[in-house]
Design a protein around this ligand. Sequence first.
Ligand SMILES: [Zn+2]
Length: 437
Amino acid sequence: MKIKHRYLMLIGGLAIFAGCQNNKSVPAEKAITAAEIKKYISALANDSMMGRKPFTAGEDKAIKYISEQFKLAGLEPGNNGIYFQDVPMVQITSTPSPVMEITGGKTPLSLHATTDFVTFSRREVDSVTLKNSPLVFAGYGVVAPEYHWNDYAGLDVKGKTVVVLVNDPGFKNGDPTFFKGDTMTYYGRWTYKYEEAARQGAAGVLIIHQKEPASYGWEVVSNSNTGAKLYLQQKDKHMNRCKVEGWITEDMGKKLLAEVGITGDFRALARKKDFKAIPLKQSVTLTINNQLKYSTSHNVIGTLKGSSQPGEYVLYTAHWDHLGVGKPNAKGDSIYNGAVDNADGVAAIISVAKAFNKAKEKPKRSIVFLAVTAEEQGLLGSEYYATHPIYPVNKTVADLNMDALGDYGETKDIAVTGKGQNDLEDYVDENSKSTRA
Ligand SMILES: [Zn+2]
C-alpha cells in the first residue's frame, strides 16, 4: 500500500478527509512523514502480530509495541503510572434448544434454531428457561415521549415475552417529521428493542425479521447471532437484561399473528396512532445454555501534559485490534493483518504524538493518546473508556478518532459524514476556507 501525506479523521460522527500537502505553514507537515507512518503500519500489520486479536499472543505483542512507541514519542504513561487500562470482558456462547415450542394456538408451532429463530441470553448464568411464557404483540416496542408514542402503555409484561417489529413507526408512514420518516431512529434498532423490553421487565423479546425495514436479510441475522459474543463485564452480570433476546423469521411471525386474526400488513397496523399492544393466545417455551469465559484485554494510553491548561484534554483515539487468524484466502494466507483497519490509524496517532512532542510550541491543553481494544466486537474498548474515563469527561473537549486512513491519494477535499452532530465541524469549515486560497 502506498502511503502519502494525507489523513482521515473520524471526529465523533464526523469523517474528515484532509490533505494539506501544499500548505507549507503547517508544522505537522514536516513532523509527520509518510515513511514513519509506513514503518508503524508495517510493524503492526506484520504477520508476527497475528492479526491483533484481543486475548491472544497477538494482543500482547501489539500493546507492547504501541506502549513502547508512545514512550519513544515522549508520552507519559496515561493511567496512573502505566500505559495500559484493563478492559474486563465476558465471552458468552449461547446455545438454544433446537426447537422453540409455541403452544396455545389452534396449531402448535415448532420453530427450528437458525432457520426459524435465533436467540441468546446476555445474562451471565449457565442457562435460562422460558416455560410457557405468554406472548404479547407490542407493535414496534417503542416508548418515545417526544412523539407521544408508547407501545407498552397499560401493559404488564412481567414474565411475558414481547414480539416486536424491526424499525420504527415512522417507516413508510409518509410523514418525514414523524420518527424521521424512513430514516431509522434509534427506536428502530434491535439494540433499542432489547433495552426497552428489559426496562419494561419482560422475560423475553423476539423481533420479527422483515427484510425491507431491517435493510438486511435473514442470513445476516442468523450469522451475526450465532457463536461467541463478547461483552464488557457488568457488576450485575447482565441480570437487568431479558432472559431471552432474539429474532424470528417473517414467516413464523405471520403464523403467530394469524392465530389472533392479525393478517395482512401488520406494520400498517402497528403504526396507527391508536395502536395498542395485543396479547396473543400462545406462549413460548425455550431453554438457552450459556458457556461463559472471562478475560481481560487492554486499552493503551499515553499523555502529553498541556502547557497552560493541563486540566483540559483532547483525545486522539484509534482501535488497535483486528480479526486475528481465520479462514485462509485463495493463497492460503490465514492471517488477517488489518493494515488499513486499523494499523494505519494507530500509526497516525503515534506520528501525531511524536509531532506534538517535537513541536516548539507545546499544546495548551493536555493531549491523550488512546489506542482502544475490541472495536471489531462492538467498540468495547471505547465503551469501557467512556464508562470508566481516566480523565474527566466534562474536561475532555474533543476526541479525534482515526479508523482506516484509506488510500485516496492526494486530496484537497473535505467531506463530513453525519453533519450537524458536533460543533467541531465549525473548525473544519473555518480551516477549509483558510487553506482554500
Ligand atoms: Zn476499524
